[in-house]
Write a protein that binds this ligand. Sequence first.
Ligand SMILES: NC(=O)c1ccc[n+]([C@@H]2O[C@H](COP(=O)([O-])OP(=O)(O)OC[C@H]3O[C@@H](n4cnc5c(N)ncnc54)[C@H](OP(=O)(O)O)[C@@H]3O)[C@@H](O)[C@H]2O)c1
Length: 319
Amino acid sequence: MNAIRAHEFGDPDVLALEDVSQPEPAADEALVRVHAASVNPIDWIVRRGEFDDPIWATRPWIPGWDLSGVVESIGSDVETLSPHDAVHGMVRMPRSGSTYAEYATVPADEVVRKPASLDHVGAAAVPMVGLTAWRALFEEVSVGPGDRVLIHAAAGGVGHVAVQLAKEAGATVVGTASGNNERFLRDLGVDEFVDYRIERFKAVVDDVDVVLDGVGGDTLERSAEVLVEGGDLVTLPVEPDAEQRDRLRREHGVETHWFSVEPDAAVLGEIDALVDEGRVEPVVSETYPLAEAAAAHDESETGHVRGKLVLDVRAESDA
Ligand SMILES: NC(=O)c1ccc[n+]([C@@H]2O[C@H](COP(=O)([O-])OP(=O)(O)OC[C@H]3O[C@@H](n4cnc5c(N)ncnc54)[C@H](OP(=O)(O)O)[C@@H]3O)[C@@H](O)[C@H]2O)c1
């Protein structure tokens, strides 16, 4: 089968399309013919060697955690899936998911039926960003009616789903992005928009109950200043250390949260129900054939993707 592999960590050109042997499912796994695999920042963070730890990637490494495809065969213990089922999920996180390939084995309890309303490209876009947004808003904190939520990087993968989930929960949503994403975010439901390139959100936003920070660094620090006393700051990019958490609590009275997203089939099923009801919609701004995974990483690494990038794996193998 064709797969994207890296024999070393580094620039996007370490990603090469290679002919590799098809993986065999273990007793509790399924073999999935991958139709689409989405690109997430963690894919290129690991590719760069920033997590040079065997938990994340042994070499040669096949990148990717999100996939949508069709079950080809199942291991002897699998009772929940059958061949021909269309499934999607974020698999094996943080161990290698290896979804940038024509076939991938997946733990049967980490995938669910693909939402009927989405094609495989759309379905591959959902799992990691959906699970992250859900956990941030409803497990780390519990966003509900009347809450005022500030979402940084609102136009990105996690952000654009988080905007929709927070609105579904009855919150008032403030989103930050550059001006060319204002229409996009207003259409998704943001109540207030801040163009971070022309104004500092600190000057125009206050009394926020929850911040979801997909940017980090200085944005994280400044976010503490717009939260109400006792507010919650969920940051995604980098785990804050104890000193920073203590300081933000002491100086601003806010609680800082960070987590590492994990597979959760039950939550993915809940997100999919919202998708099928038309209440949450993943937005795919561009697709690439599998062979052009390096170009997809180049684009993702700009930090300015709207919604999601997806590798359309079948498009290439049928070409
Ligand atoms: N801890 C976890 O488990 C976990 C899980 C998932 C993701 N993450 C992390 O969360 C972050 C976001 O992930 P993602 O998938 O949403 O990334 P992404 O899709 O690549 O985010 C791109 C978006 O960021 C926006 N952006 C860039 N700089 C900004 C700024 N200064 N202020 C506001 N918006 C800005 C861009 O909007 P413009 O083009 O308008 O600038 C773009 O739409 C990444 O660091 C990722 O690694 C962590």
